[in-house]
Design a protein around this ligand. Structure first.
Ligand SMILES: C[S@@+](CC[C@H](N)C(=O)[O-])C[C@H]1O[C@@H](n2cnc3c(N)ncnc32)[C@H](O)[C@@H]1O
Length: 217
């Protein structure tokens, strides 16, 4: 049972989530699935532009952490220091905005290899549905954020279904927003999360949802 027992876990973290919520169809270790680089985009150009605009609006600049990252981080203007953490070294090596790269399986070890108050902001784009220990990860992000720093989670309606948690696959977009907001509340260390659909309801492209909250002092 490799996924439990880290020191960042607290009793009751997952109380109330249905049995099997964090299981996945493919329960093999994540490094196998992510061993080859996917130099593709996972949302369309319109949704990518919406992500970049949100990062601008929230002033994601300075020292920023891109969690579950790949070769593209979607910033219109890259932050001064961008640390990217993901599963595939070759994808991260291709990320032109990155200044520091970390390969880490957050499902095996949710403890972030950074000191407290290390970042002005953090982002996680179209990936939160792959976390089997999200509350520990969100708690760790709060630890490494500076006061008032935002953690911005964005997602659409696509995924690698075998690697997404069953709780995500069995719920709709509105429920995904509620699930991510719940992760923030249970992790602690954040103010009340903001939930928004950032693409217009009339858009024909990929929808883009954002849930974010700021580190409380
Ligand atoms: C759909 S891609 C999204 C990549 C990028 N954030 C983007 O916006 O294009 C999912 C990403 O999540 C990362 N990922 C998946 N499982 C992970 C895990 N257990 N630990 C860390 N990163 C993970 C992978 O490296 C992959 O790049």
């Amino acid at each position: 049972m490799p996924y439990f027992g880290a020191r960042v876990t607290e009793p009751g973290d997952y109380e109330g989530f249905p049995d099997g919520f964090f299981d996945r169809a493919d329960s093999t270790a994540d490094p196998d699935f992510y061993s080859w680089p996917r130099l593709v985009t996972h949302i369309d150009d319109g949704a990518i532009a919406v992500v970049g605009a949100l990062y601008d609006e929230l002033h994601l600049e300075g020292d920023v952490l891109d969690l579950m990252s790949s070769w593209i981080s979607h910033f219109r203007q890259p932050p001064r220091r961008l640390t990217v953490l993901g599963m595939n070294e070759a994808e991260l090596a291709e990320n032109p905005a990155a200044t520091e790269r970390v390969v880490q399986d957050l499902n095996a070890d949710p403890t972030l290899p950074f000191g407290a108050d290390a970042f002005d902001g953090a982002v996680c784009c179209v990936s939160v549905d792959y976390l089997v220990r999200p509350i520990e990860v969100f708690r760790e992000v709060a630890r490494v954020l500076r006061p008032a720093g935002p953690f911005v989670c964005t997602f659409s309606n696509r995924c690698f279904p075998t690697k997404a948690i069953r709780g995500w696959l069995s719920t709709d977009d509105a429920q995904h927003c509620a699930i991510v907001a719940e992760y923030f509340r249970r992790a602690g260390g954040y103010d009340e999360p903001v939930v928004e659909q950032r693409t217009a309801l009339t858009d024909r492209g990929d929808p883009l949802y954002a849930v974010w909250a700021r580190r409380v002092p």
